[in-house]
Design a binder for this molecule. Structure first.
Ligand code: GLC
Length: 556
């Protein structure tokens, strides 16, 4: 595997709307982000991915772009963006934007022109079809519920395709002219000094054509879009072309949001010279998910979590680098999801951090994860803003759940859990805004906030700093970054352990993923306890007794 400048880095995702509001309008903004760069540096962050800040009606919180070349005034101005790039550069930090090109907004001028003249140039930028005898061109269900087809405004005989929300019309990648537009836009941003992009929902750009029905799985007569994605071939031609025409010329860093890739595709996607630098490992977040909806999902256990992590590590081997996440803006808070209910404590949060960040790959920390922000516990659907959660609530009700049961499901899985404002301090609205936040802050901010953790050497935050520092410590970096990941004691219940082994050193990462203590006898001499989430480690020679949720990194 070829070595790259970004391998040794630590990446961080900012969800701008909820990070830091500098002007009191209740919405986070670029100036707020600039004001926190020193903080991120202190945490050990080098690469920052900004969720979308382009002009957008915010139907899907910016993942519906109406102008790729401008900053939405709610987030700031182009000057603010340029200042952010310059300030990041001064600190040796790299900024990524979100590249959302499977679809745009129905308020983008391309779509408006397509509505004016569906047979003209811009009509061909989208998938526009005639209704045949009043029937939809095919029965795919959109990710956010309902059919993927929506009547084309002004043309009752026609409809357009949207695999996400109806305000997110899909762009027609089969059209070379559209692809050109996108490459021009990407290069325009890279010329501005962006380090690269996180690439949204990219597998969807290739449709299995011609449109056809798949077997329906609910009584709405619709079929999950995954059935179509399984049959679609040739996405690599688009991705390879995009890489060659844009990223490759700039040595840009790209992190793909890739679901449903075909078996054996990893080398093409993120091997040497692949379509992307890296892609996210969603093997844990997707565990137990069902095409039927959130209500039918199986809750992940500590053993499942371990097994899914190791499955990914084995799959990737030395092909490239996956990006490891505990959560992102589309997921509930990881500590509330991966730690059994009632066992979420600073110690168990540190265990989860250790297990994830020490894996081979690039760690991506999601805003607030570093202080152990938790799920919100929503009790009424009126508290929810997210379109996916609103749809899933309806799906649960239709499946026969009571409103209380449906709310429980929505609350556990809701994307809004990750979108509540960052908890900076214990002042009003967690210090996020002087106005009214667009989404209510989690009331636990008086207990969980950065300010108190910054002053506490035992806090989750200070522990994250130790983890990022270890990745950069010249003594251990080679092993932490490039060392082979070798699972250990895989059949032990509620134990997650693995070696990181380089030619220089061997580290052994062990986590006791339960409240009861657990004993392990290590085969090697213990040279040094490099990291420990508790003050002590009980040992008798090579036999270690780990307390509940104790996690250690040992040099052996
Ligand atoms: C990606 C984004 C998600 C968005 C969707 C549609 O999955 O992460 O937030 O809703 O794409 O753009």
């Amino acid at each position: 595997m070829e070595r790259k400048w970004w391998h040794k880095k630590v990446a961080y995702q900012i969800y701008p709307k909820s990070f830091c509001d500098s002007n009191g309008d209740g919405i986070g903004d670029l100036r707020g982000i600039i004001s926190k760069l020193d903080y991120l540096k202190e945490l050990g962050v080098d690469i920052i991915w900004l969720s979308p800040i382009y002009c957008s009606p915010l139907a899907d919180q910016g993942y519906d772009i109406s102008d790729y070349y401008n900053i939405d005034p709610r987030f700031g101005t182009m000057e603010d963006m340029e200042e952010l790039l310059a300030e990041a550069k001064k600190r040796d930090m790299h900024i990524l934007m979100d590249l959302v090109v499977n679809h745009c907004s129905d308020e983008h001028e391309w779509f408006k022109k397509a509505c004016e003249d569906p047979d003209g140039k811009y009509g061909k930028y989208f998938y526009i079809k005639d209704y045949k005898d009043g029937k939809l061109p095919c029965n795919w269900r959109s990710y956010f519920g309902g059919p993927v087809w929506e009547p084309l405004p002004g043309h009752p005989d026609k409809c357009y395709l949207h695999v996400f929300h109806k305000k997110q019309p899909d762009l027609n990648w089969e059209n070379p002219e559209l692809r050109e537009e996108i490459y021009t836009m990407i290069n325009w941003w890279l010329d501005k000094g962006l380090a690269g992009f996180r690439i949204d929902a990219i597998i969807n750009i290739k449709k299995a054509l011609p449109f056809k029905d798949y077997p329906a799985d609910r009584d709405d007569g619709l079929a999950p879009i995954q059935l179509m994605l399984k049959e679609a071939t040739g996405v690599g031609e688009f991705l390879g072309e995009m890489r060659d025409r844009t990223f490759a010329k700039y040595d840009a860093f790209t992190a793909g949001e890739v679901f449903d890739e075909k078996p054996g595709d990893l080398p093409l996607f993120i091997g040497d010279g692949g379509y992307f630098s890296t892609m996210f490992d969603f093997n844990e977040t997707t565990f137990g998910k069902s095409d039927l909806g959130w209500y039918a999902a199986t809750r992940i256990t500590p053993d499942d979590y371990r097994n899914r992590c190791f499955e990914s590590q084995r799959k990737i081997g030395d092909i490239g680098f996956l990006s490891n996440i505990i959560e992102n803006h589309d997921e509930p808070r990881g500590v509330s999801f991966y730690i059994p209910d009632g066992e979420v404590t600073p110690t168990s949060k540190k265990l989860l951090a250790t297990m994830n960040v020490m894996l081979r790959g690039l760690p991506f920390i999601y805003q607030g994860q570093e202080i152990g922000m938790e799920n919100m516990e929503f009790t009424s659907i009126d508290q929810i803003d997210d379109i996916a959660t609103l749809d899933e609530y309806e799906v649960s009700i239709k499946a026969g759940l009571t409103p209380e049961e449906a709310m429980k499901v929505a609350s556990l899985h809701s994307r809004d859990n990750a979108r509540t404002p960052f908890q900076w301090n214990d002042k009003a609205h967690a210090g996020f805004t002087t106005g009214t936040p667009w989404l209510t802050e989690n009331p636990n901010y008086t207990r969980i906030n950065l300010e108190s953790q910054r002053n506490d050497p035992d806090s989750v935050y200070q522990y994250y700093r130790k983890l990022t520092a270890l990745r950069k410590n010249p003594e251990y970096a080679e092993t932490v970054v490039y060392g082979e990941c070798i699972p250990a004691w895989e059949d032990r219940h509620n134990l997650m352990a693995y070696y990181r082994k380089s030619s220089e050193k061997t580290l052994l990462v062990i986590g006791n993923y339960q409240t009861e203590p657990q004993t392990v006898t290590i085969p090697q001499e213990l040279k040094k306890v490099v990291l420990n989430n508790l003050p002590t480690l009980v040992r008798d020679g090579k036999t270690l007794t780990l307390a509940g949720y104790q996690a250690v990194v040992l040099e052996v």
